[in-house]
Design a protein around this ligand. Structure first.
Ligand SMILES: NC(=O)c1ccc[n+]([C@@H]2O[C@H](COP(=O)([O-])OP(=O)(O)OC[C@H]3O[C@@H](n4cnc5c(N)ncnc54)[C@H](OP(=O)(O)O)[C@@H]3O)[C@@H](O)[C@H]2O)c1
Length: 284
């Protein structure tokens, strides 16, 4: 996961999302069991944020990690995010310490700025650097950054002369939201910034889409697996579907083994055209 060249390597291409976990105390047991189940069946990448249920999702992860075992911590890649409003230099370190405390996980593998906010990027970068020096994070990155934001981020990195660079941008990316393919994905590829696709199931809506269900039936897999395998057709993309259902959790993980054919990708393109292609209406 932490390669000798300092680059981040994810342990698998499917991780578990945790947005909306920790909101309802009545669901707590089921959610802890879901995260435990994910770890049991082989998930090694967990995504969370201080924002999710005000730390509640991180506490769910913390409870599941107790059963996993502290001695196995190094097997995992734990991702969390600092809220932009907290992302001053000291605010970033305080937020990270609180996230680690809630999860009882000693350190974070990847710490992201959740979206661009009011604090100067250099401040957040200094906070990330302090955290790296203290061994509290292994890598850092951003989320919801467009090319302009990323350029500003890279300039700030250069100005500060920091030894480490952003390794990942977590972005909304799924069959029904392909906007990043136009400019952002190629730009990130050229700058060795990996893409973590959030809401890869379109917040669940893609699992009910007739075309994806049809494609799934033809291959003997689920529509969710088709949607996830589609994200993973880009080699530098990882995806973090959220589920609290044990069967779905397993179903989603298996998508990492599925390769869509050229013909299947074409049928998906017809229903969900990539952003650069002109739609008939625009050509009129
Ligand atoms: N950086 C950001 O700004 C940002 C924004 C949004 C999300 N995220 C991260 O990305 C993760 C995933 O995104 P998301 O939660 O928005 O949406 P998602 O993963 O696209 O979809 C989750 C929804 O799909 C359902 N689902 C999951 N697997 C399924 C399956 N195999 N069959 C049918 N339904 C299934 C889930 O219900 P059940 O739980 O009932 O199975 C849930 O309602 C989040 O949890 C969070 O960690 C990050």
């Amino acid at each position: 996961m932490h390669a000798p060249d300092g680059a981040l390597r994810f342990p698998g291409r499917i991780g578990l999302g945790t947005w909306e976990m920790g909101v309802d105390a009545g669901q707590r047991k089921q959610e802890i069991a879901a995260v435990k189940h994910a770890l049991d069946v082989g998930y090694r990448l967990l995504d969370t944020a201080e924002m999710y249920a005000d730390g509640g999702a991180e506490r769910i992860i913390g409870s599941a990690l107790q059963a996993f075992g502290a001695e196995r911590r190094a097997e995992l890649c734990i991702v969390s995010k600092v809220l932009p409003g907290n992302a001053s230099r000291n605010g970033t370190t305080r937020a990270c310490e609180a996230s680690i405390e809630r999860m009882g996980c000693d350190y974070l593998d990847l710490y992201l700025l959740h979206w661009p906010g009011r604090h100067p990027l250099a401040e957040t970068l200094r906070g990330f650097h302090d955290l790296m020096q203290r061994g509290l994070i292994r890598h850092f990155g951003v989320s919801n950054f467009d090319v302009d934001n990323l350029q500003r981020w890279l300039q700030a990195q250069e100005r500060l002369g920091l030894p480490a660079a952003a390794q990942c941008n977590q972005l909304y990316y799924c069959i029904s939201a392909r906007g990043i393919e136009f400019q952002l994905l190629p730009w990130q590829r050229a700058h060795a910034i990996s893409t973590m696709a959030y809401s890869p199931l379109g917040r669940g809506s893609l699992t009910r889409h007739p075309l994806l269900q049809r494609l799934g039936r033809e291959r003997g897999v689920s529509a969710a697996q088709i949607a996830l395998a589609w994200c993973l057709r880009e080699p530098e993309v990882t995806a973090i579907p959220k589920s609290v259902d044990p069967v779905r959790i397993e179903d989603n993980l298996r998508a990492a083994e599925l390769r869509l054919t050229g013909a299947e990708l074409e049928r998906i393109d017809q229903a969900f055209p990539p952003p650069h292609s002109k739609r008939p209406l625009e050509m009129v």
